[in-house]
Design a protein around this ligand. Structure first.
Ligand code: ADP
Ligand code: MG
Length: 699
């Protein structure tokens, strides 16, 4: 039965060697089964049409039936376009093409009946659809009933006859042959609980649904299937790892933790901090290796949690380390931790790229002797000659800044891997966390320390520059400090550098010495110079810090209360949120001003508005996911490995949750897949797990 679906694609009616090669190359379709699993991304309802006169009251895309009555080429160079006037008898609309003008000209014959599909926009009193989909029809024939699938295509595919319609045609040659060829691979009880369509039916109906309801049910079944397998895979991987890898058992809280908690802790822990420490403590005492992700919005107090967890490790006789992505941040952690532990007998050391050779030698020696309790540093911690006596716990701050390979190096610093806590201030939407980190445990600090005032965020254009400067002046007068951040997407981009320098010059002119002191920090400076400037600012010796995004993560200067982000439209949402998180760390009212040009894309507008509307990192991450898609957020490499054919993590969050719940239920019911109805599923999963490297593990 598997044979049919593994038949080479060339053998299918209507394909042949040449077109088969195109399918292989362009869509990675080499067998019947691959084609069957090439799903449409939407449907056209062939039986209902909108009218042009109702368009102003409609939302989204429309389907119209009518005629093109005239067409002409307009403009030249980049503004060149082709405009056709289309009417359905109730009004007129312009169809516009900026690309493929010659092709469209050759296609359009006046007065033939066509179906137009696309999203209208209104310019003044004129209605436009740019790059609509067209279908030429024979008015004498009745229009086919039902839904017509639409498939993604591309230029090379179209040339080989595989526009959406062409793909539909070959798939409709395949569908009649699949009867009894597709084995059900979900257990009956799940199909029953969720009222799912059978697999064979779903695979058929996704291509040829009779109505919208069928299309929806087919798509739900296939999405569920995909996500359910994925969740099972993640859960099983987690079990395998936990069984294989024993962890150090930290049997007691220990004296350092208790002494610190009773005598030196600078403030009362928030409830969220307490809860998270309890969760971690439970892991550490369980004998199982901890691999935990700690999510907490900027300013939620992750550093203190990290410190207290390290104290538990130290109390059990182990060394610990904390790694941060930049020298600025590592240095700051070092100072914070040292200050908090100043009255305790705990040795804290710092290792960054700039640490001198002579100091390093001493440090390496002390580390091997077990004299250092906490090692704080940057990537420098990963070097081979950094050897511990007994590293029991490794913490990674701002983990999204590190690659998988770097994280795994840290993991290998011991024969028995140290417990790992990775921290991030970039909240990951739950859907993504469950999918990408499904084999990790996740703790969330969902509460900010008390007394914080909501940061006030506004969006301003260049025309308000003078008023913004005036505002800076007032804030400096009352003793506050200011960040002004410029985009520097790529440190080598000369243009960005010039913007930064021009900005710096303008600011020093407006805020001159000796009354004002302005610092600057950017990627081209040596780490020592950066640190020096940062320290001046942190100590309140400069009023304004002009910087690139090097200050994005972690930096903590509570007296800085204004964050100005230049060319804010160039930043992504999570980056804007991170930058804003540099202020609002003290008790004063803080402000974030997003400066932008006038020309903004829809997407950029949405980003800036979202920032003005909310301070909630999780809400922001949800919007971010919708705008950018999971690939951009998690790194295309990671999301490519997921290889999702039909699910969309940005939209299908509910299905992810259902799949997760059902996967857990199954593993509870029958952890070894011994029941007859789970055996096939178990076999398939085993094959999947063995065929892939363990990509998702943060290790
Ligand atoms: P993040 O989670 O972004 O790393 P930090 O650890 O830098 O946040 O903490 C932000 C600020 O909040 C720091 O100034 C820290 O001293 C302070 N802080 C942390 N925990 C508390 C608390 N429980 N109560 C009051 N302030 C706190
Ligand atoms: Mg931090």
């Amino acid at each position: 039965m598997a044979e049919l679906l593994s038949t080479p694609i060339e053998y299918l009616k209507g394909i042949g060697p040449k077109r088969g090669a195109t399918l292989r190359k362009e869509l990675n379709i080499s067998k019947y089964g691959d084609l069957l699993y090439y799903f449409p991304f939407r449907y056209i309802d062939r039986s209902t049409f909108h009218e042009i006169k109702e368009i102003p009251y409609l939302k989204g895309a429309v389907q119209l039936k009518g005629k093109i009555i005239s067409g002409r080429e307009i403009g030249s160079g980049r503004g060149k376009r082709y405009e056709a006037v289309f009417t359905d008898g109730t009004g007129r609309i312009n169809l516009v093409w900026f690309k493929g003008i010659n092709w469209i000209k050759s296609k359009i014959t006046p007065n033939s009946t066509i179906i137009v599909w696309g999203k209208p926009t209104q310019y003044g009193s004129k209605l436009n659809i740019s790059h609509p989909e067209l279908e030429f029809i024979d008015p004498a024939k009745p229009i086919e009933k039902g839904l017509q699938p639409v498939y993604h295509s591309g230029e090379k595919l179209q040339k080989a006859g595989f526009n959406s319609k062409g793909i539909e045609r070959v798939i409709s040659n395949l569908l009649p042959t699949i009867k009894n060829q597709i084995k059900e691979d979900l257990p009956q009880w799940i199909i029953h609980d969720l009222g799912l369509m059978k697999k064979e039916e779903a695979v058929y109906k996704i291509h040829l649904p009779d109505n919208e309801d069928e299309a929806k049910r087919a798509s739900f079944r296939l999405k569920f299937q995909e996500l359910f397998y994925l969740q099972l895979e993640l859960l099983i991987r987690k079990q395998i790892v936990q069984k294989k890898i024993k962890g150090f058992t930290f049997g007691e809280i220990g004296a350092p933790f208790n002494t610190f908690y009773e005598n030196h802790i600078p403030f009362e822990l928030t409830n969220a901090q307490k809860r998270v420490i309890r969760e971690i403590r439970k892991d550490l005492s369980s004998g199982i290796h901890m691999n935990r992700l700690l999510q907490g919005d900027v300013g939620s107090g992750k550093t203190l949690v990290a410190l207290m967890v390290m104290l538990i490790a130290i109390g059990n006789g182990y060394q610990t380390c904390i790694m941060a992505p930049t020298a600025i941040l590592a240095t700051q952690h070092f100072q914070t931790i040292n200050d908090m532990l100043s009255e305790m007998d705990i040795k804290v050391s710092l290792l960054i790229g700039a640490t001198k050779k002579s100091e390093r030698n001493v440090l390496h020696e002390q580390l091997q002797q077990g004299e250092i309790d906490i090692l704080v540093g940057t990537h420098a911690l990963l070097e081979d000659n950094v050897v511990y006596k007994n590293l029991g716990l490794a913490i990674i701050d701002e983990q999204h800044r590190f690659g998988v390979a770097q994280r795994s190096k840290l993991w290998k610093k011991n024969l028995l891997p140290p417990h790992q806590l990775v921290m991030t201030a970039t909240p990951i939407p739950r859907t993504l966390a469950l999918t990408f980190y499904g084999d990790l445990d996740v703790s969330v600090i969902d509460e900010l320390p008390p007394g914080r005032k909501e940061i006030q965020t506004s969006h301003r254009y260049e025309s308000s520059r003078l008023r913004v400067f005036k505002f800076i002046e007032e804030q400096i007068k009352i003793g506050r400090q200011i960040y002004i951040v410029y985009p520097l997407i790529d440190e080598s981009e000369k243009l960005d550098y010039k913007n930064l320098m021009d900005g710096y010059e303008a600011i020093t002119k407006r805020f001159p010495l000796p009354e004002y002191k302005v610092s600057i920090v950017h990627g081209k400076m040596t780490p020592e110079d950066k640190d020096y400037e940062m320290q001046l600012f942190a100590a309140g010796k400069t009023n304004i810090m002009v910087a690139t995004t090097v200050i994005e993560v972690g930096v903590n200067v509570p007296n800085a209360s204004v964050m100005i982000i230049e060319s804010a439209e160039k930043f992504g949402l999570s980056q804007l949120h991170q930058l804003r998180g540099r202020v609002g760390r003290g008790a004063d009212q803080s402000y974030c001003i997003l400066m932008s040009g006038y020309k903004l894309s829809e997407n950029a507008k949405k980003r800036l508005n979202t920032m003005c509307e909310t301070n909630d990192g999780f809400k922001i991450s949800e919007v971010d996911l919708k705008l950018r898609g999971p690939g951009d957020i998690m790194g295309t490499q990671q999301s490519g490995i997921l290889n999702l054919k039909i699910s969309d993590l940005a939209k299908d969050n509910q299905i992810v949750q259902i799949a997760r719940d059902k996967a857990i239920a199954l593993l509870e019911k029958d952890p070894k897949f011994e029941n007859e109805e789970h055996q096939y599923l178990g076999k398939k999963l085993k094959a999947i797990i063995q065929s892939k490297p363990n990509w998702s593990r943060i290790s």
